[in-house]
Structures are given as C-alpha cells and as structure tokens.
Design a protein. Structure first.
Length: 553
C-alpha cells in the first residue's frame, strides 16, 4: 500500500489535500486552525519524531512506566494515533463530554507528552470508527476493550489531578457503552471527588486555555452526574455552583493557544478579552442550562409515579402545576437563545462548516428529549380507544381511559411534537455530511421517541398522522441499527423497545401509565446486563419492524 499523501483530516473528510507551500499545513487545516498531520516529522518535537524510538509516547510518571511494562497492549503507530484522536473529536468529544482543548491535545500526542492512560482511554472509544487496515476483521464493538483495560490498569487513583478526572470520565463513558451503568457511576464518582478536592473551577491555571479546560470539565461533571445518577437511582455527587462562569464560545476557545497567542484566521479578528469570558453563544453553555431543567423534570416524573402508587406524602402533589412551570422554563430557554443557535437548516449548516455540527445537534437533541420526557405522562390519559367497552366502574384506571381532558390532550400533543422534532432533527443531521451523530444517548432518546410514534399507531385516528408515525418508526430503526454496529449498549435499547411493545400488546390501556416501570424505562437507560461472549457480540443482525410485531406498511 503506497504511503498516503493526504493528512488525517482530509482523508477522513474524503477531500483533496492541498498544500500551498512545502513544509506548510494543508489549506483545509490552516483554514480550520487544525494541527495538520502532513507536516514533516522534523516539524514535530518529542519521541514521535525519532524513527528508532518506540511508537508509544513516553510515560508521564514512574508509576505510568511500571504499569505500562506489565501490559501487553501496545499503542498504534503515531500516525494512526493521530487519526484515532481525530475520530474521537469527531464522534465523541463535546457529545459525551467536554474535557480537552483540541489543538493542545493533538500537539501533546505529536510531542509524546500525553499521559498514556488518557490516550488508551480515548482510543477505546474511537477505534470502533476507524477503517484502518489494523482493525480489519475485528468487530467494531470489540476493538476498544483491550485499550480500555490498559487505561484502567494505568489509572493511578492516588493521583488527584485533572488527568485523573479526564481518564475517569473517559473510562466511565466506555463503561456505559458496554451497558455497565454501575461501573460508569463509580468512575464518574471518582472524577467528581477529584474535582471537589481540587476545587476544579477555581484551580490555579497557567493560561486562559487551562482555565477554560478546567471550567468545561467542571460543567461536564455536573451534567454527567445527573445522567449517571438517574440511571442507577443514587444521589448526585455534585451541586452546580452559580458563581462558576459558563464556558466561552467554542470557536473562540479553539483559536486560543497555551502560550497565550491566538491562531490566525483570515476571516476573524483576534478574540477580545470580552469574548474570552462566559458566553450565551456557547453550545456547552446551553447544554448546561438545559441540564438544569432535566433535573427538575426527573423529580416531577418521580413524584408523578409515587402519586400514582399512593405513596405517603405525595397525595397532594400538583403534577399539572409542576409541568406548567417546567414548560415555561423550556419556553424561556428557547426564547432567550441567540438567533444563530436556533434550530434551523441554515444554523445547522453554519455550525457544520465550523466543525461544530454534531455539537449543535446534541444541544437540540437534549431540548426535544427533555420535552418528550416532561409531557410523556399525558400520553396515558390520551390513550383512549373508541373500541374499548370493557371498562368497569370499579376499575381504578377507568378515569384514565375516558376521553382525555383538554389539558391532557394539549400536553400529549406537545409530547408528540417534541418526539417529532427530535426525529426530524436527526434525519436532517444524518443527511448533512459531517453533522452525523453516533453517540449512544441517541439510541436511548430515539427509542423513547419511537414509543411516542407507537402511541399514535395504537390510538391515533388521523390516517395521515398514522402514516407519518409508521414512516418515522422505519427511519428510526434504520438509525438504531446503524448505531448497533458500533455500541453494545444498543442491544439493550432494542430489547427495551420490544418489552415496551409487548406491554402495549398485553396491557394496551395502561401501557403509557407513569408508574415505577415507566419511570425506569424513561430514565434508567443503561441498566446492567450480563457480559456476553465475544461470539455473541459479533453475531449482529438488524432488527426489523416485523420482528417487533407490526408492519411498516
């Protein structure tokens, strides 16, 4: 195979790599302020540039050295490491979490100064997306396991540091992709404790880049603490602090350099001091704000489930009042958005052109998903079947099987609108090159959106709406099947939907009731599953709508 003449970024985007002068970065990388891998080895410092040296970065500590010697797992060659880190930033970072400054981390990989524990953990997440010959014949879902184990073996829990936080978050992210929610919670718990011990958002920083990385890591922990704690039903480890500034806008952050300079850009002036402060135009800022609403939605749905079960102390719970309050919060978030962050085709294309398309989509995935969670309980009251005539006067659920009240119908329709918005957003993302999202949470939220489409199939009366719901189910299963080729936890998503559909068949009129089972379905999205043999994991076959008990036609 002839050596590649294109840089990693241009190979991944499948476009011609054009260099304006010998020894210079390609035009694409220069325009996007990326470190270009086409630069000659003499342009790099550190271990990677020595052809007689090992192909792995030098260890960051004696502890790292000792542990590395006990491992049989080797890092890929430098060029492939760069490609795998690039894939991590394309498909994982800013979707699962925001932990790094991309230009700085790429330079650390080139210099050989990146801690091995972090590089192994990054590769454990990104190797599944590589088409490098090194991985030919290896199931994408299995490629990361040896690297995750190597990272776990290298993790030094005695070191309280940002690197330990980053490594634990990466390992927690890998654990949840395997369906190991408890393991995820343990790693995230360690990361949160480190952040508290360090006072991470206020920790002394040597540069604006380092300060912003600390801030972004803090807000990442605040968000994943909510998701993970909800998933295993344990108390949260962190309380968000109002005095901690929100992140700065992403394009400003990416132009900064650790030496205090700013990467040149032909189209933009150097960032001002004001632009380097917290910003409402930051996509991560908007994720953080939405996450605060998710906390309240989770509490409201828990109270609704407890009220249905007649638990002591919740008999006077005003569910509709709580929903109205949170509906206003979602509306206020939407109305306060900067114009260039609104969910429009133009904004999606604009962010994609800046390399931020998937992150833009992730913000709106959160918005639509939180909407469908908030209004989901009203689907039960809207589950009225004209053909059902077996309701007895002593049936405690009879009140819910009468025609829905005006308020219930209104909120049920808002749930359906949120689910449709989520589906249509993802369809647009997958039809926009470099905007596709393949992180695991897409599987969970799409399964919930699919149950809303199932509600329309079961109880809808408008033929056009029913046809549209069938079409969305078909498209959703195409996306889920694609995700299943990368992530083992998608097996759980499919199983959960089949169980939901079975419940609809057996208990049609109560299948959407907000009880304990429904609460677990909505929030415990990655309950632990038994470890499968590698042969089982490799035997993937796409699920069809026919197997789920109904036809798309």
């Amino acid at each position: 195979m002839r050596p590649s003449t294109a840089c990693v970024a241009c190979r991944n985007r499948r476009r011609k790599c054009e260099v304006s002068a010998p020894g210079a970065p390609c035009n694409w990388c220069r325009h996007k302020n990326l470190l270009c891998s086409i630069l000659s080895p003499s342009a790099f410092n550190g271990l990677w540039s020595n052809p007689s040296a090992e192909v792995s970065p030098k260890p960051s500590s004696d502890y790292d050295q000792d542990r590395a010697m006990s491992l049989g797992v080797q890092l890929p060659p430098m060029q492939l490491c760069l490609e795998l880190v690039d894939l991590y930033f394309r498909y994982i970072h800013d979707l699962f979490h925001s932990l790094f400054h991309r230009p700085s981390l790429m330079q650390d990989v080139i210099d050989g100064t990146i801690p091995k524990v972090i590089l192994f953990a990054i590769i454990s997440l990104s190797a599944r997306f590589s088409d490098d010959p090194m991985f030919v014949g290896i199931d994408p879902r299995l490629r990361g396991r040896q690297y995750a184990q190597a990272a776990q073996d290298l993790l030094d829990l005695r070191e309280v540091s940002l690197s330990t936080i980053q490594a634990c978050v990466l390992l927690g992210a890998f654990a949840i992709t395997e369906g190991e929610a408890s393991t995820e919670a343990v790693f995230y718990g360690i990361a949160c404790r480190n952040a508290l011990l360090l006072d991470l958002p206020n920790m002394q920083a040597s540069s604006p880049v380092e300060k912003e990385v600390n801030r972004r890591a803090w807000w990442t922990l605040c968000m994943i603490d909510v998701w993970s704690s909800n998933g295993v039903r344990i108390p949260r480890a962190l309380t968000p602090r109002s005095e901690v500034p929100y992140p700065m806008e992403e394009t400003v952050f990416l132009r900064l350099r650790r030496d205090g300079t700013t990467a040149p850009n032909d189209h933009l002036p150097d960032p001002t001091t004001m632009q380097m402060q917290e910003s409402e135009s930051s996509l991560l800022t908007q994720m953080v704000k939405l996450n605060a609403i998710l906390v309240e939605i989770s509490t409201v749905n828990q109270m609704a489930a407890a009220a249905f079960a007649h638990s002591p102390g919740v008999n006077d719970f005003n569910h509709q009042g709580a929903v109205e309050k949170l509906a206003r919060s979602l509306d206020e978030w939407h109305e306060s958005l900067p114009v260039d962050l609104r969910d429009t085709d133009a904004n999606m294309k604009r962010h994609t052109s800046m390399g931020l398309g998937p992150m833009f989509v992730a913000v709106w995935v959160g918005y639509y998903h939180y909407g469908q969670l908030l209004y989901y309980p009203y689907l039960h009251e809207d589950s009225y079947d004209d053909d059902d005539d077996d309701v007895g006067v002593d049936d405690k659920d009879a009140v819910f099987r009468a025609p829905a009240s005006t308020a219930a119908r209104y909120y049920a329709n808002k749930c359906k609108a949120s689910a449709i918005g989520l589906c249509e957003l993802l369809y647009r993302a997958y039809s926009t090159p470099w905007c596709e999202v393949y992180y695991t949470m897409v599987g969970h939220v799409l399964v919930i959106a699919s149950t809303v489409q199932l509600h329309t199939l079961l109880f809808g009366v408008d033929d056009a709406q029913i046809r549209s719901a069938r079409g969305r189910l078909e498209q959703n299963f195409e996306i889920l099947t694609k995700l299943q080729t990368y992530w083992p936890t998608l097996d759980v998503c499919f199983t959960r939907f089949r169980e939901f559909h079975k419940a609809c068949q057996n208990y049609k009129q109560t299948s959407f009731r907000m009880d304990r089972w429904m609460l677990q379905f909505l929030f415990e999205f990655a309950k632990p599953v038994r470890e499968k043999d590698p042969d089982d994991l490799a035997e993937l076959r796409p699920w069809s709508m026919k197997e789920l008990g109904f036809s798309p036609f």
